[in-house]
Design a protein around this ligand. Structure first.
Ligand code: AMP
Length: 289
């Protein structure tokens, strides 16, 4: 496995692979790799000849009072995991290389980025789309794999690619869950044992929504209430529950294609989850931690 930190070397590696007629699959991450990331790597391997994983904790997508400084990092462990999963190139740029100066020009999404996560994290998606734009220009992938776990992010990256004509195919992989339903996340490492138990309210709320919808309820306001109520538990602050379509718009009637998205604060940790109602949480892949 190659490990590169220079932007120019990364681009040169990709171009040299492409000159040998190898296609390039790309998985951008913030590191502290887990089985959700591994699923994206395996998917990239199915779709391309070479797999690049980037690890970069992007300061631009963190607000001033967020967890940038304490975001979990373990490069030696990530390196081992990436090598074990046949990653061809690990790209680990540092912040000074990515942002030699405060960027004056950024990839600013439309108003849908100010809803849901964007309400709680102003400017977050501008940071995400700016770094994704830069990474796409540096890695020049044929295909990039993102997780459905961060649904709003995946849909905004889809629109970035479509609206700005990036020559890359996107693949959105399902949410990998632990056996009890909790969506795997690097931020789960913040949780105490009690908080870990409380965190199950998110997947439980999605299941409650699924059940109510299967029972015939199609009114988004009533379903939203079901989701929010299911997240009420000691130590949990429910943040939102919304029923939206792939364009991130609230739906007038809930159908099998509607996506239920939830967010809650468990102690100091914000967690997200979502489900396509017609597919159900039960359809997502499960792993042991
Ligand atoms: P992160 O390192 O948290 O920025 O995530 C990097 C990529 O992995 C993003 O596309 C995430 O949506 C994806 N991802 C994170 N957790 C999961 C999960 N549990 N299942 C599937 N994909 C995930």
């Amino acid at each position: 496995m190659r490990e590169l930190s220079s932007l120019a070397e990364m681009r040169a590696w990709s171009r040299s692979e492409r000159s040998r007629r190898h296609t390039i699959g790309f998985v951008p991450t913030m590191g502290y790799l887990h089985k959700g990331h591994v699923r994206l790597v395996d998917r990239a391997r199915e779709l391309a000849d070479r797999v690049v994983v980037s690890i970069f904790v992007n300061p631009l997508q963190f607000g001033p009072h967020e967890d940038l400084a304490r975001y979990p990092r373990d490069l030696p462990r990530d390196r081992t995991l990436a090598a074990e999963h046949d990653v061809d190139c690990l790209f680990v740029p540092d912040a000074a290389a990515m942002y030699p100066a405060e960027p004056l020009v950024r990839a600013v999404p439309g108003p849908v980025a100010d809803t849901l996560e964007g309400t709680a994290r102003p400017g977050h998606f501008t940071g995400v789309l700016t770094v994704v734009t830069k990474l796409f220009h540096i890695v020049e992938p044929d295909v990039a794999v993102f997780g459905r776990k961060d649904f709003q992010q995946a849909m905004l990256v889809k629109r970035l690619v479509k609206d700005l004509d990036f020559p890359v195919t996107l693949d959105i992989a399902p949410t990998v869950r632990e056996l009890d339903g909790l969506a795997v996340s690097s931020r789960n490492s913040y949780l105490t044992a009690d908080e870990r138990r409380s965190a199950l309210v998110l997947s439980r709320a999605l299941r409650a929504l699924e059940q109510a919808w299967r029972g015939g309820e199609a009114d988004p306001t009533r379903l939203q209430r079901v989701g929010l109520e299911a997240m009420h538990a000691p130590g949990v602050i429910p943040e939102y529950c919304a029923l939206i379509d792939e364009e991130l718009q609230p739906v007038p009637r809930v159908t099998a294609h509607t996506v239920a998205v939830v967010a809650a604060r468990i102690g100091k940790t914000r967690l997200l989850d979502n489900v396509v109602l017609g597919e159900g949480v039960g359809a997502d892949p499960r792993v042991t931690p």
